[in-house]
Design a protein around this ligand. Structure first.
Ligand code: SF4
Ligand code: SF4
Length: 111
């Protein structure tokens, strides 16, 4: 069993914040000891007992170095208002088809 937990901060983002992983495979490609495999959805997984904690996977990961809070502040002039949401929101709307037949027959409200 590997002594390196998947929450280790030097690992690529797929291990610590999976929602930011693009599944590009770069982390597995640079790993010098082939310690990274993929699950059935193509997210990276650590192969037990192989990781030597070199940190290379975290350095090449395109998802890891993006600080979305800082990016939002730079682009939109403010950080996220909702910490549970991953992007900047200007406005939100709820819509549905005015035609009752379409509305009741469509999975998304006929929109
Ligand atoms: S390098 Fe690519 S596949 Fe690996 S964790 Fe980062 S985004 Fe995901
Ligand atoms: S050996 Fe290095 S590149 Fe491979 S998983 Fe561990 S920290 Fe990442």
């Amino acid at each position: 069993m590997s002594g390196v937990p998947e929450s280790s901060p030097f690992l690529s983002i797929g291990f610590t914040a999976r929602e930011l992983c693009t599944r590009c495979g770069s982390c597995a490609g640079v790993c010098p000891v082939q310690a990274i495999g993929f699950d059935e959805r193509r997210f990276p997984v650590l192969i037990p007992g192989r990781c030597i904690s070199c940190g290379l996977c975290g350095k090449v990961c395109p998802g890891k170095e993006v600080r979305f809070g800082d990016l939002a502040e730079q682009v939109f002039g403010e950080r996220f208002g909702n910490p549970g949401f991953d992007g900047h929101v200007e406005k939100t709307y709820v819509g549905y088809a005015a035609d009752e037949r379409l509305r009741s027959g469509g999975a998304g409200g006929g929109s």
